[in-house]
Design a protein. Structure first.
Length: 82
């Protein structure tokens, strides 16, 4: 597991999700001391927000696929800068 919240922004969706799943397993196991549970929960919230952001970006890319008159993919429109 990574050490700092600032490193979350550099994680891929897959790595962030895997870490979030690991945190959930740890918390559900009930063998984590209270202070560590609070820290893990906070990091989990940050990871969830990061995953949500990455999913929204992916959805926006999918939404920007242009279709031709027959409904077949015809290319991509550039996304507006966020």
């Amino acid at each position: 597991m990574a050490d700092k919240p600032s490193d979350i922004a550099t994680l891929s969706f897959e790595k962030a999700l895997a870490e979030l799943e690991q945190i959930v397993r740890s918390l559900e196991g009930g063998n984590v001391p209270l202070e560590e549970s609070i820290t893990l929960f906070g990091r989990g919230e940050l990871l969830k927000a990061h995953c949500d952001k990455l999913l929204k970006v992916a959805e926006a890319k999918v939404d920007k696929i242009r279709l031709d008159a027959e409904g077949k993919p015809a290319g991509l429109e550039p996304l507006p800068e966020a």
